[in-house]
Design a protein around this ligand. Structure first.
Ligand code: 4HQ
Length: 258
Protein backbone atom coordinates (compact mmCIF):
# COMPACT_ATOMS: atom_id res chain seq x y z
CA UNK A 1 0.00 0.00 0.00
CA UNK A 2 1.56 3.29 -1.05
CA UNK A 3 1.46 6.50 0.94
CA UNK A 4 -1.14 8.71 -0.78
CA UNK A 5 -0.42 12.43 -1.02
CA UNK A 6 -2.89 14.96 -2.41
CA UNK A 7 -1.74 18.54 -2.81
CA UNK A 8 -4.06 21.50 -3.36
CA UNK A 9 -2.07 24.13 -5.27
CA UNK A 10 -2.40 26.89 -7.84
CA UNK A 11 1.00 25.80 -9.20
CA UNK A 12 0.88 22.00 -9.56
CA UNK A 13 3.94 21.99 -11.86
CA UNK A 14 6.12 23.07 -8.92
CA UNK A 15 5.48 19.69 -7.30
CA UNK A 16 6.97 17.88 -10.32
CA UNK A 17 10.40 18.44 -8.79
CA UNK A 18 9.54 15.80 -6.17
CA UNK A 19 8.81 13.08 -8.70
CA UNK A 20 11.61 14.09 -11.11
CA UNK A 21 14.73 14.09 -8.95
CA UNK A 22 16.71 11.84 -6.67
CA UNK A 23 15.45 9.67 -3.82
CA UNK A 24 11.87 10.97 -4.04
CA UNK A 25 11.79 10.26 -7.79
CA UNK A 26 12.89 6.65 -7.23
CA UNK A 27 10.37 6.25 -4.39
CA UNK A 28 7.62 7.56 -6.65
CA UNK A 29 8.58 5.18 -9.49
CA UNK A 30 8.59 2.30 -6.98
CA UNK A 31 5.13 3.42 -5.78
CA UNK A 32 6.38 3.91 -2.23
CA UNK A 33 4.18 7.00 -2.38
CA UNK A 34 1.79 8.52 -4.93
CA UNK A 35 1.37 12.23 -5.51
CA UNK A 36 -1.78 13.85 -6.85
CA UNK A 37 -2.36 17.55 -7.34
CA UNK A 38 -5.59 19.52 -7.44
CA UNK A 39 -5.78 23.05 -8.79
CA UNK A 40 -8.40 25.21 -7.05
CA UNK A 41 -8.73 27.10 -10.33
CA UNK A 42 -10.49 24.05 -11.81
CA UNK A 43 -13.13 24.36 -9.10
CA UNK A 44 -13.74 28.08 -9.61
CA UNK A 45 -17.25 28.86 -10.78
CA UNK A 46 -17.01 32.11 -12.77
CA UNK A 47 -15.83 32.55 -16.36
CA UNK A 48 -12.53 34.04 -15.20
CA UNK A 49 -11.87 31.07 -12.90
CA UNK A 50 -11.29 33.47 -10.03
CA UNK A 51 -9.55 31.96 -6.99
CA UNK A 52 -8.85 35.08 -4.92
CA UNK A 53 -10.38 38.34 -3.77
CA UNK A 54 -9.46 41.36 -1.63
CA UNK A 55 -9.66 40.98 2.14
CA UNK A 56 -12.73 42.13 4.09
CA UNK A 57 -11.69 45.00 6.33
CA UNK A 58 -9.21 46.25 3.78
CA UNK A 59 -5.47 45.88 3.64
CA UNK A 60 -2.93 44.84 1.06
CA UNK A 61 -2.97 41.82 -1.21
CA UNK A 62 -5.49 39.10 -1.93
CA UNK A 63 -6.98 36.17 -0.04
CA UNK A 64 -7.76 32.74 -1.53
CA UNK A 65 -11.51 32.17 -1.86
CA UNK A 66 -13.16 29.55 0.37
CA UNK A 67 -15.31 27.84 -2.27
CA UNK A 68 -12.68 26.59 -4.78
CA UNK A 69 -10.46 25.40 -1.91
CA UNK A 70 -13.38 23.70 -0.16
CA UNK A 71 -14.32 21.75 -3.29
CA UNK A 72 -10.72 20.85 -4.13
CA UNK A 73 -10.20 19.48 -0.62
CA UNK A 74 -13.45 17.52 -0.84
CA UNK A 75 -12.27 15.96 -4.12
CA UNK A 76 -8.94 15.04 -2.53
CA UNK A 77 -10.76 13.49 0.46
CA UNK A 78 -12.93 11.47 -1.93
CA UNK A 79 -9.84 10.18 -3.74
CA UNK A 80 -8.18 9.19 -0.46
CA UNK A 81 -11.34 7.40 0.63
CA UNK A 82 -11.40 5.53 -2.70
CA UNK A 83 -7.87 4.39 -1.86
CA UNK A 84 -9.24 2.95 1.37
CA UNK A 85 -7.87 5.71 3.58
CA UNK A 86 -10.50 6.84 6.06
CA UNK A 87 -8.15 8.54 8.49
CA UNK A 88 -6.50 11.19 6.33
CA UNK A 89 -5.11 14.48 7.61
CA UNK A 90 -5.58 17.87 5.97
CA UNK A 91 -2.50 19.98 6.62
CA UNK A 92 -2.21 23.69 5.89
CA UNK A 93 1.36 24.94 5.43
CA UNK A 94 1.61 28.27 7.21
CA UNK A 95 3.93 30.32 9.42
CA UNK A 96 1.17 30.09 12.06
CA UNK A 97 1.60 26.33 12.29
CA UNK A 98 3.50 24.07 14.63
CA UNK A 99 7.23 24.12 13.77
CA UNK A 100 8.22 21.08 11.74
CA UNK A 101 10.79 18.76 13.34
CA UNK A 102 12.02 15.18 13.13
CA UNK A 103 9.45 13.92 15.64
CA UNK A 104 6.56 15.39 13.62
CA UNK A 105 7.95 13.84 10.42
CA UNK A 106 8.07 10.40 12.11
CA UNK A 107 4.50 10.83 13.34
CA UNK A 108 3.16 11.84 9.91
CA UNK A 109 5.08 9.07 8.13
CA UNK A 110 2.98 6.55 10.09
CA UNK A 111 -0.23 7.75 8.42
CA UNK A 112 -1.41 6.16 5.16
CA UNK A 113 -1.83 9.49 3.39
CA UNK A 114 -2.32 13.21 3.74
CA UNK A 115 -3.80 16.24 2.00
CA UNK A 116 -1.58 19.31 1.81
CA UNK A 117 -3.05 22.75 1.32
CA UNK A 118 -0.76 25.35 -0.28
CA UNK A 119 -1.70 28.98 0.16
CA UNK A 120 -0.60 31.91 -2.00
CA UNK A 121 -1.02 35.68 -1.60
CA UNK A 122 -1.93 36.72 1.97
CA UNK A 123 -3.28 33.26 2.69
CA UNK A 124 -6.66 31.54 2.69
CA UNK A 125 -10.13 32.37 4.01
CA UNK A 126 -10.08 31.54 7.75
CA UNK A 127 -13.31 29.53 7.45
CA UNK A 128 -11.45 26.89 5.41
CA UNK A 129 -9.00 26.47 8.29
CA UNK A 130 -11.94 26.06 10.68
CA UNK A 131 -13.92 23.64 8.51
CA UNK A 132 -11.34 21.53 6.72
CA UNK A 133 -7.87 21.81 8.25
CA UNK A 134 -6.71 19.29 10.88
CA UNK A 135 -3.21 20.65 11.40
CA UNK A 136 -1.18 23.72 10.55
CA UNK A 137 2.53 23.17 10.02
CA UNK A 138 5.33 25.72 9.55
CA UNK A 139 8.73 24.87 8.09
CA UNK A 140 10.37 27.78 9.89
CA UNK A 141 10.08 31.30 11.24
CA UNK A 142 10.37 33.11 7.93
CA UNK A 143 7.96 33.93 5.12
CA UNK A 144 8.06 32.29 1.70
CA UNK A 145 5.92 33.21 -1.30
CA UNK A 146 3.61 30.22 -1.14
CA UNK A 147 2.98 26.91 0.57
CA UNK A 148 4.34 24.80 -2.31
CA UNK A 149 7.99 24.83 -1.24
CA UNK A 150 6.93 24.10 2.34
CA UNK A 151 4.78 21.18 1.12
CA UNK A 152 7.76 19.84 -0.84
CA UNK A 153 9.99 20.02 2.24
CA UNK A 154 7.35 18.10 4.18
CA UNK A 155 6.85 15.49 1.43
CA UNK A 156 10.59 14.94 0.93
CA UNK A 157 11.28 14.45 4.61
CA UNK A 158 8.31 12.10 5.07
CA UNK A 159 9.07 10.01 1.99
CA UNK A 160 12.61 9.36 3.33
CA UNK A 161 11.01 7.65 6.35
CA UNK A 162 8.74 5.34 4.33
CA UNK A 163 9.81 1.67 4.19
CA UNK A 164 11.74 1.00 0.97
CA UNK A 165 12.34 4.67 0.08
CA UNK A 166 16.03 4.71 0.91
CA UNK A 167 18.51 2.31 -0.65
CA UNK A 168 19.98 -0.25 1.72
CA UNK A 169 23.13 1.94 1.78
CA UNK A 170 21.45 4.87 3.51
CA UNK A 171 19.24 4.49 6.54
CA UNK A 172 16.75 7.00 7.88
CA UNK A 173 17.26 5.70 11.41
CA UNK A 174 20.94 6.68 11.24
CA UNK A 175 20.26 10.25 10.09
CA UNK A 176 21.11 13.08 12.43
CA UNK A 177 18.06 14.19 14.42
CA UNK A 178 17.03 10.55 14.70
CA UNK A 179 19.59 10.43 17.53
CA UNK A 180 19.92 14.18 18.25
CA UNK A 181 23.52 14.28 17.02
CA UNK A 182 25.04 15.95 13.97
CA UNK A 183 26.66 13.78 11.32
CA UNK A 184 30.38 13.06 11.56
CA UNK A 185 32.61 14.66 8.88
CA UNK A 186 32.95 12.88 5.54
CA UNK A 187 35.99 12.57 3.26
CA UNK A 188 36.61 11.05 -0.14
CA UNK A 189 39.50 10.97 -2.60
CA UNK A 190 42.11 12.38 -2.86
CA UNK A 191 43.91 11.50 0.38
CA UNK A 192 45.53 14.94 0.37
CA UNK A 193 43.68 17.91 -1.06
CA UNK A 194 45.73 21.11 -1.39
CA UNK A 195 47.85 20.07 1.57
CA UNK A 196 44.91 18.98 3.77
CA UNK A 197 45.11 15.29 4.66
CA UNK A 198 42.22 12.94 5.43
CA UNK A 199 42.29 11.97 9.14
CA UNK A 200 44.69 8.95 9.13
CA UNK A 201 42.37 6.86 11.33
CA UNK A 202 39.91 6.64 8.41
CA UNK A 203 42.60 4.87 6.36
CA UNK A 204 43.55 2.48 9.18
CA UNK A 205 41.01 -0.22 8.39
CA UNK A 206 40.26 -0.55 12.13
CA UNK A 207 36.47 -0.23 12.08
CA UNK A 208 35.99 -0.27 15.83
CA UNK A 209 38.38 2.68 16.08
CA UNK A 210 36.77 4.44 13.12
CA UNK A 211 33.31 4.09 14.67
CA UNK A 212 34.57 5.49 17.97
CA UNK A 213 36.26 8.42 16.19
CA UNK A 214 33.09 9.14 14.21
CA UNK A 215 30.93 9.08 17.32
CA UNK A 216 33.38 11.43 19.01
CA UNK A 217 33.26 13.80 16.03
CA UNK A 218 29.44 13.71 16.08
CA UNK A 219 29.37 14.51 19.79
CA UNK A 220 32.04 17.20 19.46
CA UNK A 221 30.44 18.89 16.45
CA UNK A 222 27.07 18.90 18.17
CA UNK A 223 28.63 20.41 21.31
CA UNK A 224 30.32 23.13 19.21
CA UNK A 225 27.60 23.95 16.69
CA UNK A 226 24.28 22.84 18.20
CA UNK A 227 24.43 22.84 22.02
CA UNK A 228 20.60 22.92 21.97
CA UNK A 229 20.61 19.47 20.33
CA UNK A 230 23.14 18.17 22.84
CA UNK A 231 20.70 19.07 25.64
CA UNK A 232 18.11 16.85 23.92
CA UNK A 233 20.71 14.11 23.56
CA UNK A 234 21.39 14.25 27.34
CA UNK A 235 17.64 14.01 28.06
CA UNK A 236 17.42 11.04 25.71
CA UNK A 237 20.33 9.46 27.61
CA UNK A 238 24.06 9.60 27.01
CA UNK A 239 26.22 6.53 27.64
CA UNK A 240 29.40 6.47 29.76
CA UNK A 241 31.36 5.80 26.56
CA UNK A 242 29.81 8.83 24.83
CA UNK A 243 30.47 10.99 27.89
CA UNK A 244 34.13 9.92 27.83
CA UNK A 245 34.50 10.61 24.10
CA UNK A 246 32.97 14.09 24.42
CA UNK A 247 35.15 14.95 27.42
CA UNK A 248 38.21 13.83 25.47
CA UNK A 249 37.09 15.98 22.51
CA UNK A 250 36.69 19.02 24.76
CA UNK A 251 40.08 18.42 26.43
CA UNK A 252 42.10 17.99 23.28
CA UNK A 253 40.28 21.05 21.88
CA UNK A 254 40.08 18.77 18.99
CA UNK A 255 37.83 21.26 17.19
CA UNK A 256 39.06 20.30 13.76
CA UNK A 257 40.23 16.88 12.74
CA UNK A 258 42.57 14.52 14.52
N1 4HQ B 1 3.92 30.62 3.78
N2 4HQ B 1 5.93 27.42 6.59
C1 4HQ B 1 2.32 32.41 3.27
C2 4HQ B 1 4.98 30.33 4.63
C3 4HQ B 1 5.16 29.01 5.27
C4 4HQ B 1 6.09 28.70 6.28
C5 4HQ B 1 2.97 29.64 3.26
C6 4HQ B 1 3.76 31.97 3.27
C7 4HQ B 1 1.55 30.15 3.26
C8 4HQ B 1 0.08 31.92 2.54
N3 4HQ B 1 4.49 27.90 5.04
N4 4HQ B 1 1.45 31.45 2.62
N5 4HQ B 1 6.98 29.50 6.85
O1 4HQ B 1 5.77 31.21 4.89
O2 4HQ B 1 4.95 26.93 5.84
Amino acid sequence: MSFEIDVITLFPDMLDAITKYGITSRASKNEIFRLHTWNPRHFAKDNYRTVDDSPYGGGPGMVMLAQPLDEAITHARTRQLAEGINETKVIYLSPQGELLNHEKILQLSKLRGMILLCGRYEGIDERIIMRQVDEEISIGNYVISGGELAAMVLIDSIVRQLPGALGSADSASEDSFANNLLEYPQYTRPEIYRGDAVPPILLSGDHAKINRWRLQQSLGKTWLKRPDLLDLKYKQGISKEEEKLLEEFKQTKNFRIN
